[in-house]
Design a protein around this ligand. Structure first.
Ligand code: NCD
Length: 323
């Protein structure tokens, strides 16, 4: 909030904006994951909870979303909290009349204890945090920038299945240039020692030079590859992503490269380790064949998705000072 933007968590979540993965260190993640495991137990037993009773969170999404929007809503409601839901404000609210982001945020913070926002512009979450006087802002994706809660659930899923977050070989594939989930996850993996991330994408969708330099300087080893043949066979995690159509000006170009890399049972057979996990932030639009879904290593529609709700339950309870 205000000057507190990008404030480090340092073990204290209450009242803080959650804008970037860079606010977290390994200890903060451990605290969050401990609470996440508790939330998981609570949700699995369907135990009624009033942890967030009396709180109201505004969910304001300027970009389409069903999963993240639904996941935050479900997380808050499972803990007895309530939400004001606003989707497409550019169409249905005063934003359509030309209201600034700052005014919209000031308005909704006067009703609520926290604001979860998705916006098409990179940096919008930080602007919202500057405008807000008392409500913490949770970034639910800002353009090609970041998607911190997605990275938190991705890291939790890796931790749960692989048992560690260091000494990993990870393959990320698809839209490495525009994928905000990829950007946040690389930031997360760079908090741990000895991680190597292979980045498989068409040339046109490689990390931009600035991000490559910035991420590499954090100690994570990044290896750019352009062919399936270069996939390391010992990767513990494959993180597949869709090519981000909405970031293309020229749709013909999108059509040409949208399916450059597709996961098929055959690709898994050739290159995937026995105990790896296949992840995807979803939605998928053809880049993982549905015939791969029954493979027990495919966790995207099972564990990864539910973990999103558990991590958001834990995060909201921490930010609102209820655990
Ligand atoms: C991702 C996003 O919005 O960045 N989706 C999500 O939040 N689960 C990935 C995507 O849209 O490709």
């Amino acid at each position: 909030m205000g000057k507190l933007n990008y404030q480090k968590i340092e073990g204290k979540f209450t009242g803080k904006d959650i804008l970037s993965l860079d606010q977290f260190d390994a200890t903060d993640l451990l605290i969050l994951f401990k609470h996440t495991a508790e939330m998981k137990k609570l949700a699995e037993k369907s135990t009624p909870s009033d942890i967030l009773k009396g709180t109201l969170t505004t969910l304001i999404f300027y970009e389409p979303s069903s999963r993240t929007f639904g996941s935050f809503g479900a997380a808050i409601k499972r803990l007895g909290g309530t939400t004001v839901d606003i989707q497409n404000p550019q169409q249905f609210s005063s934003v359509a009349k030309g209201e600034t982001l700052e005014d919209t945020i000031r308005t909704f913070e006067s009703y609520s204890n926290a604001i979860v926002m998705r916006h098409p512009q990179s940096g919008a979450a930080a602007l919202a945090a500057e405008a807000a006087e008392h409500s913490p802002i949770i970034n639910a994706g800002d353009g090609v920038g970041e998607h911190p809660t997605q990275a938190l659930l991705d890291l939790y899923t890796i931790y749960e299945h692989v048992g560690r977050l260091d000494n990993l070989t990870v393959l990320m594939a698809g839209d490495i240039l525009n994928g905000r989930t990829v950007h946040s996850l690389i930031r997360g993996l760079s908090l741990y020692k000895n991680n190597t991330v292979y980045l498989l994408s068409p040339k046109r969708l490689k990390l931009n030079a600035e991000d490559l330099k910035e991420f590499s300087s954090r100690g994570v080893k990044l290896v750019e590859i352009e062919s399936e043949k270069e996939i390391p066979k010992d990767a513990s995690v494959w993180y597949w992503t869709r090519v981000q159509k909405e970031r293309f000006e020229n749709l013909e170009e999108y059509e040409k490269i949208k399916h450059a890399f597709i996961v098929t049972p055959d690709l898994m057979k050739k290159y995937a380790a026995k105990d790896m996990i296949l992840m995807h932030p979803l939605p998928r639009v053809g880049e993982i064949e549905t015939t791969v879904d029954p493979d027990p290593r495919a966790v995207y529609l099972r564990h990864q998705m539910r973990n999103g709700m558990y991590v958001r339950m834990a995060l909201m309870a921490l930010v609102l000072g209820r655990v």
